[in-house]
Design a binder for this molecule. Structure first.
Ligand code: MG
Length: 457
């Protein structure tokens, strides 16, 4: 049985095994302990069949602790963040397991700014839950319904782009919402932008039509539909509609790293300012920043880290290479609605096709691998890798999260997993061979350390 994951992005588990109604109610009660008296929480969920049960349990816990709940219904994760600000709520909750398969569900907690909980507050929540001494309010909280999320979200997104310019192009768009939370609001956005929509996997049933992670191997249906309908572009969302990936006009999946890079390139045409992304994201972001003469801030992996760097450095744009764009003019969380609008505006303004915009960016290949590594050996491996590259005067080293080494021919990022005894290596270079070669060097160093440890007994 997989265990209940309790981390910075909230709680996640298999429903009925590790994530039960009891656990959900306890987390509702624990979150209530952290909130001020008379607090209101904005709460939404994705389309998973277990959603209503988890929602009701969490709300029962919050209400028992005296917290009022505004139930937003089936909405995207960025939609909840949007409504926290709109309602001036004390925080938010999203019932979702994001890109995990249907048997999973999760509870994601947000701050009054609509951000994911920072690490110290996530730790505090976990401790309150572990100790399990919850206070019961004399006056239980209330529940109200609010169906305004999509309208407010779409209005805000349309405020950062030229909706008329997009509408005049009458784009044909294929959208794959994987029967998730994007099903309801996204067609409203595309309709407002004058697009002709072919919507596949468009029923908000939570019956995921393919594996939910928006990566190449899961998007054959979308690619085919783009070709069949001779569409201008294809978009795929994950079940909570925070991540977005793009298929070009030829039905080719362009790779998840391009969502952020293309959106960043467009935003920098609108306004100049710093960017932020994590250490595992493509060098395309460095190139986009350099060609606009702005700074790119690299952060540890994790959406909250990118968002807090964006706040700290007053960035105009940021996000993650997994298809997560963050535009602070909308919300400080990843938002597929924003990504769609920016991409369509980029197409409308340049008159170029998706493949042409892709061809304008430098081409790289990424190589991702992992290997088993006892936690005790992780530090040794990182220092050995560091030592191996430190001698090179052209190497730029960043150790904010594992180790990232930037070289003229490419880069590597090695880090230990927080949840499993493994290390991950991500490398990127001009071609697959070169990326593989850098990964091979790292692997060799790691093996020497691991082998040496065995010899030591
Ligand atoms: Mg997601």
């Amino acid at each position: 049985m997989s265990r209940l994951m309790v981390g910075v992005s909230g709680v996640r588990g298999i429903v009925g095994e590790t994530l039960t109604a009891d656990v959900a109610e306890q987390f509702g009660r624990a979150f209530a302990v952290m909130l001020p008296k008379g607090a209101t929480i904005a709460l939404g969920r994705d389309t998973r069949p277990s959603g209503p049960m988890i929602r009701d349990a969490v709300i029962a816990g919050l209400n028992a602790g005296g917290v009022d709940v505004v139930d937003l219904g089936i909405v995207s994760t960025p939609g909840v963040a949007m409504m926290i600000k709109h309602l001036s709520a004390s925080g938010g909750i999203v019932i979702t397991a994001s890109h995990n398969p249907s048997p999973y569900n999760g509870i994601k907690f947000m701050t009054p700014d609509g951000l994911n909980l920072p690490a110290d507050q996530a730790e505090q929540l976990k401790n309150i839950w572990k100790i399990g001494e919850f206070t019961t309010s004399e006056k239980p909280g209330t529940i109200t319904q609010n169906g305004q999320t999509h309208n407010i979200h779409i209005e805000t997104v349309c405020g950062i782009i030229d909706a008329d310019a997009i509408a005049s192009r009458k784009f044909k768009v294929v959208l794959d919402s994987i029967n998730g939370a994007g099903c309801v609001g996204t067609p409203l956005l595309l309709n407002k932008l004058g697009c002709e929509l072919v919507h596949i996997n468009s029923e908000p049933t939570g019956d995921f039509a393919h594996k939910p992670e928006p990566i190449a191997e899961n998007l054959a249906g979308l690619c085919k539909a783009v070709r069949e309908h001779q569409a201008d572009v294809g978009f795929a969302q994950d079940p909570d509609a925070d991540r977005l990936v793009i298929v070009d006009e030829n039905g080719e999946f362009i790779g998840e790293e391009y969502t952020l890079a293309l959106a960043a390139a467009f935003v920098l045409k609108q306004q100049k300012g710093d960017l932020a992304t994590n250490l595992s994201t493509s060098r395309m972001m460095d190139d986009v920043a350099a060609s606009a003469g702005v700074k790119l801030h690299r952060t540890p992996v994790g959406e909250a880290n990118v968002a807090s760097a964006m706040k700290q450095y007053n960035c105009v744009f940021g996000g993650e290479g997994n298809g997560g764009v963050i535009d602070p003019r909308v919300v400080l969380v990843r938002d597929s609605f924003t990504g769609i609008a920016l991409m369509l505006n980029y197409l409308a303004e340049t008159g170029k096709a998706v493949s042409e915009l892709v061809a304008n960016l430098p081409k790289y290949e990424m190589h991702k691998a992992k290997f088993p590594c006892p936690q005790a050996a992780a530090e040794k491996i990182l220092s050995a890798v560091r030592e191996a590259f430190a001698g090179r005067t052209d190497a730029k080293i960043n150790d904010a999260d594992g180790l990232r080494v930037d070289l003229p021919e490419g880069w590597l990022h090695v880090r230990a997993s927080n949840t499993e005894p493994i290390m991950r290596i991500i490398t990127e270079a001009r071609d697959a061979d070169a990326a593989g070669k850098i990964a091979g060097e790292v692997r060799k160093i790691a093996e020497e350390v691991l082998h040496h440890r065995t010899d030591d007994g």
